[in-house]
Design a protein around this ligand. Sequence first.
Ligand code: MN
Length: 257
Amino acid sequence: MSSLDAFVKDLAAGRIQVVDLTQPLGPDTPVIALPEPFTASPGVTIETLSRYDDGGPAWYWNSLHLGEHTGTHFDAPVHWITGKDQPQNRCDTIPAERFVGPACVIDVSADVKDDADFLLTPERILNWEGEHGRIPAGAWVLLRTDWSKRTDPSDFLNVDETGPHSPGFRKDASELLVERDILGVGVETIGTDAGQAGTFYPPFPNHTIMHGAGKFGLASLTNLDRLPPTGALVVAAPLKIVDGSGSPLRVLAFVER
Ligand code: MN
């Protein structure tokens, strides 16, 4: 039996399950707030073109208006200035095989419970590797924070007078992951940098380092608590937007029971 035959059989028998790592996308999807004078991204607007009515008696369809980086979405290297000259750095030019890879799930949810500004460190990555083995090249590294359980948008954005507070990566952690030659990182928060990362040096270090190395980002993931530390296969393929800097997408994980 070929590997794909075995895969199809295991799927049908429920030995492999599909876990949806995607948040619903709609008018209620929270959008990142940027301070003046930066241009904000719009929220999601869905307009009905027709719904079995005069505009289309037998069909229903909508038009969409939204920013590329809305809801569960993909960050291409060209999104950041450090990645602007990387080869194959946009949604339409990234080779499709780079959307598929094994998942390494680093669980820091207990730390984040006590500290919303928690940052992943190289030490934590090395400890994880001591337990689960070295992060392989071509892996998606997913940071489990349980942040997606914050279903109230104001808890999710978690902004106070000092700005947004949410977990992320220390610069040297992002550098170590680039050394491992991963596909990219995935997070449960609205972006792949910590809420306070605008105040870090460099600002937004994970975007700076990852995209500067041609790596990707996945933001606003959910259900990471349903994945094992290793062994899941993740498919995260953005829309093939011409010159696109990112795209909402459906992220699927295949998990052996
Ligand atoms: Mn983004």
